[in-house]
Design a binder for this molecule. Structure first.
Ligand code: ADP
Ligand code: MG
Length: 698
């Protein structure tokens, strides 16, 4: 298809389509429901459902589904057809308002963390009308929230919507204090940059580790990796160009604003960045993007790897969560203004984010803690596990001047006074250069860089929205009661800077000296692995935060807490079992086979010429035999440890055990295997090598 404006959102029942297809009154009440977040009237829902069905059928759809995001990390759908039998034995295509707004699902197999008692296996899904319905593979998909019958959230969307409501409420309070009466709603916006790898699908299918776990569990480095830096922003090869073109088109059809694409640092690694949009929609879109990335890859004979660390020794993949707050009048509240008044407002929102990140470091860390992201955080291509904020020197100087009641530069005589002075301009591009910071101000938004590439962005934004909402609540409480707004504002900003400046760091986040300073001098948290971070989710202040803003009940938090641990433990065990399977069934037999070939060679050589020396064969036989013994031994140890883990029933204890015992045992097994790979004849090795995989797309 060539006509892009026509293509764009052609598979979305979006605002334009609704306006065109719904009776005026229905459209108006639907819009009102959307903007006020109220329940949809059933009569209205019936009309909407009917229009939606007709539109979908015209586009070739035959089924509909409530599309939701359970705690498994992927999306779920259950397809029902529009077909309804008629009394005379025929069929009609039907879809009611009830079916649109609410679905029931037997969801006993989705993780609930114990929230849904087994006798109540049903959950229900409810339409999120702010996220448009769309057609995917002949099915009308209705984005929904997913709850238990008791109303507890069982998904990622419900708390995300609640957190958006929380920040909306508190931001409006603050805006009113600045005399702003025309803004009626505020939403956070996100543009998630998505990294991924593309490899040849036939090779992918030959590796059990990629199939079962998404990453390679064995593999020695090829002679060439990413050291030449020749892939980054390099020319994109035609096969990948074709892939990206189709991917863009598929995403555009769904109204996803895929915009930039380029090669990343590692060979075979790429990135896709969409134009930012409202957070809940960005979350839906990112889930769809990941799904479609894989699907389109398959059509091109490629496999798309979304894992955070598919290859050891090669850069991993992350997802950069670009985040800001916007009003319904189109103002970005993190955009520095032109006037002293606008600047004052900007600085207050900036301070809210700084304080939120400082006080809720642990929640942000928990939001990105997964078994797969542990390979990346703290490794040299990704931010460290310590959270700090990069502001750039210009902005930091301004904050320092406010804190010290001094002028921000020597030419000025007067101390910088909020609400009185215009801020100096700081060039945007210099604020974006620090790539080592986990949380960077990039001119008019913050970029959080710790998210793993395959994670949903929901968790991170739930934490961010709610933490910032809390700081704005505190600010509004103080300022609403102040006698002199200007002075109170100045004091508040000054105090916030002074109390939270320890989180600001403009230097190199990869530096060991920084980790030392961060933890020892500044007292920042350094939760290295997932089991170190997860327990803090239910710390008292975090429970208080989420309860205050009605984002999670305590029961919902404990349920999620349990699911986080379960997910971690399951993944590590699957990886361990996969390694055991590969080493015992494929690798050891293959190495033995090669040893036999070498031995046969020695025998035939010596038969032909008894005095001949067989140095290569004999030394290799010796080395490989000793490696085989080591592999066998480490395999036994890993098996032993995995069985031991089966006797641990407390999921938090089990996660510690996985981290401290299973992972080291996996590493111990990997070492001799990788060494054996280096000296085994390539045709005997049972799997495609790193070299094959990384340079497979030509
Ligand atoms: P880069 O980080 O490569 O310099 P950009 O600054 O253009 O690139 O943007 C990176 C991402 O940030 C894009 O996905 C973009 O849509 C998103 N972004 C830009 N402005 C905002 C905003 N106000 N809120 C959320 N995301 C934004
Ligand atoms: Mg960026």
């Amino acid at each position: 298809m060539s006509n892009i404006p026509e293509l764009f959102a052609s598979m979305v029942f979006d605002n334009a389509t609704m306006k065109e297809r719904l009776p005026r009154e229905t459209y108006k009440s639907l819009m009102k429901t959307i903007s006020d977040g109220k329940h949809l009237d059933l009569a209205v829902a019936n009309v909407v459902a009917n229009a939606m069905k007709n539109w979908a059928i015209e586009k070739g759809a035959t089924h509909f589904t409530h599309w939701f995001q359970p705690m498994t990390g992927v999306t779920a759908e259950k397809h029902d057809s529009f077909i309804s039998p008629t009394a005379d034995g025929g069929i009609i295509m039907e879809f009611s308002g009830k079916e649109l707004v609410k679905g029931e699902t037997d969801a006993s197999s989705f993780p609930s963390g114990g929230l849904r008692a087994t006798f109540e296996a049903r959950g229900y899904t409810a339409w999120d009308p702010t996220s448009y319905a769309f057609i995917k593979d002949g099915t009308l998909c209705i984005p929904t929230a997913y709850c238990s019958f008791g109303g507890e959230a069982l998904d990622k969307k419900t708390p995300l919507l609640r957190s958006m409501e929380a920040i909306n409420k508190q931001t409006l309070r603050v805006l009113r204090l600045f005399g702003n009466e025309d803004v009626t709603s505020v939403k956070t916006t996100v543009g998630p940059e998505q990294e991924y790898f593309l490899i040849d699908e036939a090779l992918f299918n030959k590796r059990k580790d990629l199939i079962y776990t998404g990453r390679t569990l064995f593999g020695s480095m090829p002679p060439k990796g990413q050291e030449m830096d020749d892939h980054y922003y390099g020319t994109i090869i035609p096969k990948v160009v074709a892939y990206m073109k189709e991917l863009d088109e598929e995403l555009w059809k769904l109204g996803i604003f895929a915009k930039t694409k380029h090669n990343e640092v590692a060979p075979a690694q790429h990135e896709l960045a969409p134009i930012f949009t409202t957070t809940n929609i960005a979350t839906d879109h990112n889930q769809l993007t990941m799904e479609i990335m894989k699907k389109v890859a398959h059509k091109h004979g490629l496999a798309c790897l979304l894992h955070e660390k598919p290859f050891r020794g090669v850069n991993g993949s992350g997802k950069h969560n670009n985040w800001s707050i916007s009003t319904n009048t189109g103002v970005n509240l993190l955009e520095p203004g032109e006037t002293p008044h606008q600047n004052a407002q900007f600085l207050l929102f900036l301070c809210a984010v700084i304080k939120a990140v400082n006080e809720y470091q642990d929640l942000l860390r928990v939001g990105v803690a997964t078994a797969s992201n542990d390979h990346r955080l703290g490794a040299n291509e990704a931010p460290p596990a310590v959270i700090s904020i990069f502001l750039g020197t210009e902005l930091t100087d301004i904050l320092t001047a406010i804190e010290n009641d001094s002028a921000y530069d020597r030419k000025e005589k007067e101390a910088l006074k909020i609400g009185v002075h215009v801020l100096p301009k700081f060039p945007k591009d210099t604020t974006d250069r620090n790539r080592t910071s986990p949380f960077a101000f990039t001119g008019n938004k913050f970029e959080f860089r710790m998210l793993g590439s395959q994670s949903s962005i929901a968790g991170t934004n739930i934490a961010l929205n709610t933490a910032v909402a809390e700081e704005l609540r505190q600010f509004a409480d103080i300022l609403e009661n102040a006698d002199d707004f200007g002075n109170a504002l100045h004091d508040l900003i000054k105090k916030t800077i002074s109390e939270n400046k320890n989180i600001i760091f403009n230097g190199n986040g990869y530096d060991d000296a920084w980790i030392e300073e961060a933890t020892k001098v500044r007292g920042l948290h350094n939760y290295r692995a997932t089991p170190d971070a997860l327990p803090h989710f239910v710390d008292e202040n975090n429970i208080k935060l989420y309860k205050t803003h009605k984002v999670f009940s305590e029961a919902e938090m404990y349920a999620r807490h349990e699911i986080h641990f379960e997910n971690y433990n399951k993944l590590i065990r699957i990886e361990a079992l996969t390694m055991i399977d590969m080493a015992s069934k494929d690798i050891l037999p293959a190495v033995c086979g090669y040893v036999k070939e070498l031995s046969d060679t020695v025998i035939s050589k010596k038969n032909a010429c008894p005095s001949v020396s067989c140095l290569y064969e004999e030394k290799t036989i010796e080395k490989l035999s000793s490696l085989c013994n080591e592999i066998y031994e480490k395999l036994g140890e890993l098996r032993e440890i995995v069985s031991e883990s089966e006797r641990i029933y407390d999921s938090q204890k089990l996660s510690r055990f996985c981290c401290d015992n299973i992972i080291p045992a996996m590493d111990n097994l990997r070492a001799p295997v990788d060494e054996a790979e280096e000296i085994t004849c390539e045709k005997n090795w049972p799997y495609p090598s790193y070299g094959d995989l990384l340079f497979s797309v030509k």
